[in-house]
Design a protein around this ligand. Structure first.
Ligand code: AR6
Length: 212
């Protein structure tokens, strides 16, 4: 099979390496899955239509974790743009499992796709909701001709999703999406992960699920 796993030379030098590893998705699509350590607010792909995915909440007006860091880095125009996203019911601009897009404003990435993962302990179907959050983010990326998209580990911070279960859903959902859109999916998918713990879980899960 064409699934490849490679550690670029720079990643083996140690020091400031971001540990970038790359996997092929569907053998018939050109899409790839890359996993690295890092701060998602700094991520971009030069000269492309790119988007980072914000693990937001249903109000979409900012918060802690990655959401807080993204709002801080994007600047106050982001809050205004989010405020203008229509409410689907009072206080809810993006229901759990759905996704919305805004410009990136002061971020290096050109767009932000806001999605809302499940609160692990209170969602009635956390697996379904997390799957929807990834799938709808990819769908919005595709509809907007985004060539490169970067995710964090949605729901793995404040929302308390166990890392191993979340990694299984993240990797398998992205792979399924690539298979569903074989000939058309040309969106390259990145994970930019803050902690070594989560990075290791994600790399091991991608090896397990994508290399056979
Ligand atoms: N770059 C990459 N990853 C990050 C960064 C960063 N700058 N900052 C945090 N992470 P979380 P959730 C990682 O809590 O669980 C907010 O208040 C973090 O280590 O950001 O979906 C929202 O407003 C973790 O692995 O998102 C919501 O109310 C991952 O990003 C709520 O938190 C996700 O953690 C959403 O909670």
């Amino acid at each position: 099979r064409s699934h490849c796993f490679s550690i670029p030379a720079a990643a083996m030098d140690g020091g400031s390496s971001n540990g970038l590893v790359s996997f092929a998705l569907s053998p018939t699509s050109t899409a790839s899955l890359k996993i690295q350590r890092g701060d998602i607010t700094q991520w971009f792909v030069d000269g492309s239509s790119d988007a980072i995915v914000n693990p937001a909440n249903e109000r979409m007006l900012g918060g802690g974790g990655a959401d807080g860091a993204i709002h801080k880095a994007a600047g106050p125009e982001l809050r205004t743009a989010c405020y203008d996203v229509p409410e689907v019911r009072p206080g809810v601009r993006c229901p759990t499992g759905e996704a919305r897009i805004t410009p990136g404003f002061k971020l290096p990435a050109s767009h932000i796709i806001h999605t809302v993962g499940p609160v692990y302990d209170t969602d009635s179907n956390p697996e379904g909701s997390l799957r929807s959050a990834y799938r709808n983010s990819l769908r919005v990326a595709k509809e907007n001709n985004i060539q490169y998209i970067a995710f964090t580990a949605i729901s793995c911070g404040v929302y308390g999703y166990p890392f191993d279960e979340a990694a299984t859903i993240a990797v398998s959902t992205i792979n399924e999406f690539a298979n569903d859109f074989k000939e058309v999916l040309s969106t390259h998918v990145h994970f930019v992960l803050f902690s070594d713990d989560i990075y290791n879980v994600w790399v091991n899960k991608a090896r397990e699920l994508l290399q056979n």
